[in-house]
Design a protein around this ligand. Sequence first.
Ligand SMILES: Cc1ncc(COP(=O)(O)O)c(C=O)c1O
Length: 442
Amino acid sequence: MTPPATKPAANNLEAFFMPFTANRQFKKNPRMLAKAKGVHYWTPEGRKIIDGTAGLWCVNAGHGREEIKAAIAKQLDEMDYAPSFQMGHPKAFELAARHAALLPGDLNHAFYCNSGSEAVDSALKIALAYHRANGQGTRTRFVGRERGYHGVGFGGISVGGMVNNRKWFGAMLPGVDHLPHTHLAKNAFSKGQPEHGVELADALEGIVGLHDASNIAAVIVEPCAGSTGYLPPPKGYLERLRQICDKHGILLIFDEVITGFGRLGASFAAERFGVLPDMITIAKGLTNAAVPMGGVLIKDKIYDAFMDGPDHMIELFHGYTYSGHPLAAAAGLATMDIYAKEGLFERAASLSAYWEDAVHALKGLPHVIDLRNLGIIAGIELESRPGKPTARAFDVFLDCFERGLLIRTTGDIIALSPPLIVDKSHIDQIFGTIGEVLRGLD
Ligand SMILES: Cc1ncc(COP(=O)(O)O)c(C=O)c1O
């Protein structure tokens, strides 16, 4: 059809069906961002907003990085696109080698896609195909966890555990069980990893008892649950999961879409906790969000299991048109350079004590029922208004934005995760603003 001669009015907001947004509320009172640099956004009217969430947990090196911009522009000049099916281009290989070098243990291979959701679905498919290649094709079940978030693909919502992301979408994948979440009231106001809850990992033994290990392909968890309002793992919990998976030949997948690339003050949560999964899903901080990209980091034993049969045969019947896209690979390499040159993972580690103090200084403010932190993340849980879950936190979100601070809320929890380039004055501003808002809140 020929496009209409008269374009719709520029301020018509109806056409864009916004994701994970209260569309009607937004379109009555739009909150637009038009420019970004460092740890700040600016609205179209020029109001400066401090970014308390690194966009959506993704702009770890801060906004508007010249090095990333230059790398993308150079790549665009040289070659816009090349397929990764039966062809290659150098930067995707270079990026995979850089990721392998960064990772602990023998997580030496990277598969690339375009988002965290695709990374999760790819990891689940690789787990199934790995077992089949190993002659254990009955291992088809997955185990996720309540309150987990693994993106929005059918695989991700099936193993995920956030009810609103699941209840609208039918039966999802069959053959999925969920571990209990790790949020215990007796851990309220824990600093860093909570003391209680290691035994929650033992529920995996119950699931094995029900289905038999020979039917279970993989367990997937976020090492520190993110979208559900930050739930750091209880001490010993991840270690226990690893032990049980090893005992039963079940693959362990860490979804590090948020926790990867420095957020916890180490390259990955796997390094931070000294627990090595069989696969790690990544996205977000991978390219500092300048170009969409996701990936799955894979252990030798899994990759090697596919390298069988005649040489001319395709080993993995899975991939995306944009797997290893040249612009994303260029952005990923420039991002890795920044992380290394500026020591941003170490910077996050060195700021984490100051961050922790700032988080826990909110104790005693009206409506605050829990405070959680780890690395440069925080969850501030508010008591819900009777009969109106989410309303109180949403008011905090709106008020913070009016006062020049971008936060994120999930349920009645405020989630914070600023770029890792924040300094102490930014941290003071973020918590100062939240404190002011909470003091005036009904
Ligand atoms: C742990 C985790 N996994 C997967 C995803 C999905 O990533 P994307 O939105 O890029 O599909 C997210 C996004 O927040 C996430 O936090």
